[in-house]
Design a protein around this ligand. Structure first.
Ligand code: GCU
Length: 343
């Protein structure tokens, strides 16, 4: 459960991956039917464990799809990064070797530059602003920006605020990051954020973080509270600081060709199920954060700190200027800020 991508695991991932591909090629490809007379089974990959709220919400998504399609569309889940890192499962979704993947918006940045906005620190001033934007037509437009590279977004799941945590140093101001190797998601924007705050960014995939922390390859990282408990980071990292620098949504993506082959009724069912699973997740998420925080305090001895966020905001102002100006992001940057603040 701890180290998700060790060597034996990698071998296993490769074997599973090959099996999935072989299945796709020789099973008559169970997902090619347009008709609703036959049952379609689709694959959904993600990198969280079966106890994580995201997994529960995806189980709910699959249940709703089954129900709404009268059992004509079944979804099989592949959790725990079984089919690879987020980048790898996005690529599998592009080719159609898997049908759906749940990934962080940060991982989508290199497939559609617009997604980089979600890794822009302090894009949202609050969770309410975040929900307002994600429930608006802006998010729907963003989901469509990847159709020409093979997949589309369906919905989002709350993945909380991201905060810094290290083995033993409380991060109370940007200067505290100086000289520290901080793991970030493999996203150019996240790398720039750490550089501007004064730390040394170390991009790596999520499955490698626990071991990297334990072995001292990194001094700290940043994530929501469930990473402390569900991924055991709290066993090693003892100082968690609410810098609340980003609110990066998880995104459910789907192979575009598979989408086009569905009947209108099935498309409607999937769209509705996705939306309803997001609402289900909102409630699950709140419970999970509360539980993770209590558990990390009581069982793992993690200290939770509340730094002043202003100096962190100040440090990343140049990034806001850049995003407001550059062609790939300026339109959405302005739209998101206007929707968020009601201006
Ligand atoms: C969050 C997110 C994952 C992501 C992880 C990360 O947990 O939900 O999808 O992989 O952050 O930091 O990589």
């Amino acid at each position: 459960m701890i180290s998700k991508v060790g060597s034996p695991m990698k071998t296993w991932i490769s074997i599973t991956f090959v099996c999935v591909l072989v299945l796709s090629l020789f099973s008559g490809c169970s997902t090619t039917a347009k008709s609703e007379d036959q049952t379609i089974t689709m694959r959904l990959a993600h990198n969280q464990s079966e106890t994580h709220p995201v997994h529960k919400s995806l189980v709910e998504f699959a249940r709703l799809v089954d129900k709404k399609t009268n059992g004509t569309v079944k979804i099989k889940l592949y959790p725990n990064g079984q089919l690879g890192s987020e980048r790898e499962v996005i690529e599998l979704t592009q080719t159609g070797a898997v049908d759906f993947a749940k990934v962080s918006a940060s991982a989508l940045e290199s497939f559609s530059p617009v997604y980089s906005l979600f890794s822009l620190p302090y894009l949202f001033d609050s969770r309410d602003q975040f929900y307002k934007v994600m429930n608006s037509s802006i998010a729907q437009d963003i989901y469509k920006t990847t159709t020409d590279v093979g997949f589309r977004g369906l919905t989002f799941y709350d993945a909380g605020t991201r905060n810094f945590y290290t083995k033993n140093k409380a991060i109370m101001k940007p200067e505290d990051l100086k000289g520290l190797k901080i793991r970030v998601q493999p996203s150019a924007t996240s790398i720039k954020m750490i550089e501007l705050m004064g730390g040394s960014p170390t991009p790596m995939s999520f499955g490698e973080v626990y071991t990297a922390l334990q072995q001292g390859v990194i001094d700290g990282t940043e994530n929501n509270e469930t990473a402390l408990t569900d991924n055991n980071h709290g066993q090693v990292a003892k100082q968690y600081s609410y810098s609340e620098h980003t609110i990066v949504p998880d995104i459910l993506i789907m192979n575009n060709k598979k989408w086009d082959k569905l009947s209108n009724k099935q498309k409607k069912a999937i769209t509705e199920a996705a939306k309803e699973s997001t609402a289900f997740h909102k409630v699950e998420w709140e419970k999970a954060i509360d539980k993770a925080t209590k558990e990390a305090k009581a069982k793992m001895n993690v200290t939770f700190n509340k730094p002043d966020k202003e100096p962190f905001k100040k440090a990343v102002e140049p990034l806001h200027k850049e995003f407001a100006k550059k062609k790939a992001t300026s339109r959405y940057y302005k739209e998101i800020r206007a929707e968020a603040t009601g201006d």
